[in-house]
Design a protein around this ligand. Structure first.
Ligand code: HQG
Length: 180
């Protein structure tokens, strides 16, 4: 399968399913699910015709497992990263002692003052491994890795959720739980 095509579809799907379903007049339910038939019928990327097999290939081979089908593959959603208000309805999880967040230097003064905020998304995104955080921070420049004392946060009552693609999600990380 042509990598450029599958990457293009993945980018477009991320935009539609996380941020802007209305671009293709798609409706998501309150948990972020779209009807697969509707998505296929309305998906429009250059001259590309999306069919179920191609969609299934993208979902299964996506590098970060960004999308998931429901059990009978009639519905699809993004596993995390939304800016639109949907309820992922994930079970609360017990995080490892420490989690990581990759960012860049210019955000540090604000993060020190306000903690990690979800900004335009629905959650703060954290990872269990440093390598992922390095990649996430590296999207914006030289990555700076913050260590989050997630166990202490959880003990203090902050809730954590593990997305289907292993991203740890939480509402906010106060600065006192961050090692800079
Ligand atoms: C920063 C990608 C100022 C934060 C990635 C980050 C991830 C603050 C940026 C996923 C702040 C938000 C999410 C504060 C946080 N003041 N800046 N108080 N609190 N920030 O993109 O974590 O490839 O919304 O450090 O790989 O970078 O799209 O979050 O730099 O998994 O699947 O504000 O998106 O995944 O940026 O990335 P984002 P993120 P995909």
């Amino acid at each position: 399968m042509d990598n450029k095509i599958t990457k293009g579809i993945s980018k477009s799907l991320s935009y539609i399913l996380r941020h802007s379903p209305e671009t293709i007049k798609l409706k998501l339910d309150e948990n972020g699910w779209a009807e697969v038939d509707e998505l296929i019928a309305r998906f429009d990327l250059y001259d590309l015709k999306l069919d179920f097999e191609l969609l299934e290939y993208v979902v299964e081979h996506n590098d970060k497992k960004r999308f998931a089908f429901n059990a009978d593959k009639t519905k699809i959603r993004a596993n995390q990263g939304h800016s639109i208000s949907i309820e992922l309805d994930l079970d609360e999880g017990e995080p490892p002692s420490y989690l990581y967040h990759g960012t860049v230097e210019k955000f540090l003064p604000d993060i020190k003052a306000q903690g990690l905020q979800k900004m335009s998304r629905q959650h703060v995104h954290l990872s269990a491994d440093k390598e992922t955080a390095i990649k996430v921070g590296g999207r914006r420049g030289r990555p700076i890795i913050l260590i989050i004392n997630s166990k202490a946060m959880n003990k203090a009552g902050y809730k954590f959720y593990l997305s289907a693609n292993n991203v740890w999600l939480t509402a906010v990380v106060p600065a006192e739980y961050i090692t800079f």
